[in-house]
Each structure stands twice: as structure tokens, then as C-alpha cells.
Design a protein around this ligand. Structure first.
Ligand SMILES: NC(=O)c1ccc[n+]([C@@H]2O[C@H](COP(=O)([O-])OP(=O)(O)OC[C@H]3O[C@@H](n4cnc5c(N)ncnc54)[C@H](OP(=O)(O)O)[C@@H]3O)[C@@H](O)[C@H]2O)c1
Length: 290
């Protein structure tokens, strides 16, 4: 839709990509409801965007919500409906990098909760309102890692593959309605999302990193032209296509990536029951004399 007609609820609005996206949306004429967990960060982001964009007064609002809390999601839905949103951009997310053996259950739950369940739940609850709009858009911020599984990102990839599947299925489910469902897959991006270990992995594997304003510009483009699915960067775009067509084709291409994942701590074999080989079991042979 034309950005000047857009009233966008933006989760992750105080994050590296979210802040740039908010600024780009407002500069293009949209109204934006910034969503995040920190009132101080949201109000600072709102003030700085308003100060740098003339004519933006009255087009920026913010709301505090922890998307891991069902009551906060319900409250956000009520606020967003009252605010008459017609676009939701799901940009909140949490990272997860490391060998699978190093990821604890609480982290797995949080990654799946915030990256996958929260956008599904929020979209579902907002859908009756979005359907009532002349035109509406749901834009999911996924990842190249939602289409290509890389060593070290098994849990994160599970969340973003899920998000991509959600967007694809819902796009088809809502085809013919007033609601467009879109998915944007950035590659690695220079924000505090990536800690030193990911930066080292990227350096070792020659993985390029974009500035967050590249992702923001892509999100703005997707808002405007309503393209269903878009990936950022080459060779990632090509790899996404190849991996989609023949999922095992690239299996041999990630040795360097595998070697660049910090290894899990060595496991000392636990002293347990003797192995079967070590246990001598008296066996009767069929023809043995009794
Ligand atoms: N950076 C990358 O390399 C990269 C690459 C591809 C895709 N992405 C995706 O792009 C999106 C934005 O990433 P980013 O780089 O901007 O990361 P970021 O700077 O860490 O921002 C992430 C945002 O998610 C919000 N968030 C996390 N947990 C939340 C919760 N429980 N409730 C509400 N909000 C929560 C944070 O809100 P608070 O401000 O309240 O903490 C933060 O604003 C994510 O979905 C990420 O998966 C990132």
C-alpha cells in the first residue's frame, strides 16, 4: 500500500532493524506504533524519529509489551485495534547461536516463543480487525536462515523456517481477502543481535553483513509493492532458491561453517552400568551336556 495510507504496528521497534524501519516508514508518510519492552527506549526512539522527520508529529506512538506474555499480547491487540492499524510488521526476535548441545531448554522455549509463536498469536488475534480494513498487510521479518539451515543455528533456523511456513500458508489461506501476508528474509545484519561469537563466525566463513538501513529500505519497499517474499543479498538469494529446490544439494558446502561453531564442552563418559561387551553372561549352548 502507499506508505501514507499505512498505520503500522511495529514490534521490535527499539531494536537495530526496528528503529531504522520505523524511521523509514515515518519518513515515507506512514503512522507507526512502536512496540517494545522498554518505555525509555521506545520514547527515545519516538523523540529521535520525530526530531529528524519534519511533519511527523502525531504519526508516532508507542506501546510497551513483552510478547512472551499472553496478557501483554492481548492488551497490544486492543491498543492496535483502537489505534486503527492496517499493517503489522513482526520484527521482534531473539538470537540463538551455538552447537545444539549448548542450548538450554529455557533458551529454546524463548526463541520459539518470540520468533514464532508471538507473531502467529498476534496475527491471529488482529486478523478480525485487519479483515475489516479496506487493505491490510502482515509483514514477517524472517531470515535467510529461515530457508537455509546453517551449522550453529539449528534452534534459530527452526523458529525462522516455522515463521516462513506460517507466512506462506497464511498468504494462501487469505488469498482473495483484503489481507496480504509477506515475508522478508534479511541476511546477517550489523546490530547488537549478533554477539562477538557470531561476528567471528561471519568473518571466518566470509558471510557478509548488511547495515540495518538496508533491511529497513527493503521493508519499506515490501510495504509499498506488497511482494509476497523477498530475500536480501547475493549469494544468499541464490542459495535460498537452490536449497528450496533441492534441499540436500548444498549439504557439502558448509564444512567451514561447521568448523567455525564453538565446540560443545567435551563430555566425560559417566560411570554407569558396565557395557554389554564387558559383562560375561553364561550362555547355555544347545548341545552342551547337562
Ligand atoms: N541482525 C541480524 O543479523 C538479523 C538477520 C536476519 C534476521 N533478523 C531478524 O530481524 C529482527 C530484528 O533483529 P535486530 O537485528 O533488530 O535485533 P535486535 O536489535 O536485537 O532487536 C530485536 C528486538 O526484538 C525485541 N524483543 C525481543 N524479545 C522480546 C519480547 N519478549 N517482547 C517484545 N519484544 C522483544 C527487542 O525488544 P526490546 O527492545 O524490548 O529488548 C528488540 O527491540 C529479528 O526478528 C531477527 O530475527 C536479524
Amino acid at each position: 500500500m502507499n506508505p501514507s495510507a499505512a498505520r503500522i504496528v511495529l514490534t521490535g521497534a527499539a531494536g537495530g532493524i526496528g528503529r531504522e524501519a520505523a524511521a523509514a516508514f515515518v519518513a515515507a508518510g506512514a503512522a507507526v506504533l512502536l512496540v517494545g519492552r522498554s518505555p525509555a527506549q521506545l520514547s527515545a526512539a519516538s523523540r529521535s524519529i520525530e526530531a529528524s522527520t519534519s511533519g511527523s508529529a502525531g504519526r508516532i506512538a508507542w506501546h510497551v509489551a513483552d510478547l512472551g506474555k499472553a496478557a501483554h499480547v492481548d492488551e497490544l491487540v486492543a491498543v492496535a485495534t483502537e489505534w486503527r492499524c492496517n499493517v503489522i510488521v513482526h520484527a521482534a526476535g531473539v538470537p540463538c547461536f551455538g552447537a545444539l548441545e549448548t542450548v538450554d531448554l529455557e533458551t529454546m522455549r524463548q526463541v520459539l516463543d518470540i520468533n514464532l509463536l508471538a507473531p502467529i498469536r498476534l496475527t491471529q488475534a488482529l486478523l478480525p480487525h485487519l479483515r475489516s480494513q479496506a487493505r491490510a498487510q502482515v509483514i514477517c521479518v524472517g531470515s535467510a536462515l529461515g530457508s537455509i539451515g546453517l551449522p550453529g543455528f539449528s534452534v534459530y533456523s527452526a523458529s525462522k523456517f516455522g515463521l516462513r511456513g506460517f507466512a506462506e500458508a497464511l498468504r494462501r489461506e487469505l488469498s482473495g481477502s483484503s489481507v496480504r501476508v509477506q515475508y522478508v528474509g534479511p541476511r546477517s545484519t550489523r546490530t547488537s543481535f549478533n554477539d562477538a561469537s557470531v561476528e567471528a563466525y561471519n568473518a571466518a566463513t566470509g558471510t557478509a553483513m548488511d547495515a540495518p538501513d538496508v533491511v529497513a529500505a527493503t521493508l519499506l519497499r515490501s510495504l509499498h509493492d506488497e511482494t509476497p517474499e523477498r530475500f536480501i543479498g547475493f549469494p544468499e538469494r541464490l542459495a535460498v532458491r537452490l536449497n528450496g529446490a533441492v534441499p540436500t544439494l548444498l549439504d557439502g558446502s558448509f564444512d567451514k561453517h561447521r568448523r567455525s561453531v564453538p565446540p560443545p564442552p567435551a563430555v566425560t563418559p559417566a560411570a554407569g552400568p558396565q557395557s554389554l561387551a564387558a559383562v560375561s553372561v553364561p550362555v547355555e549352548s544347545p548341545g552342551a551336556p547337562r
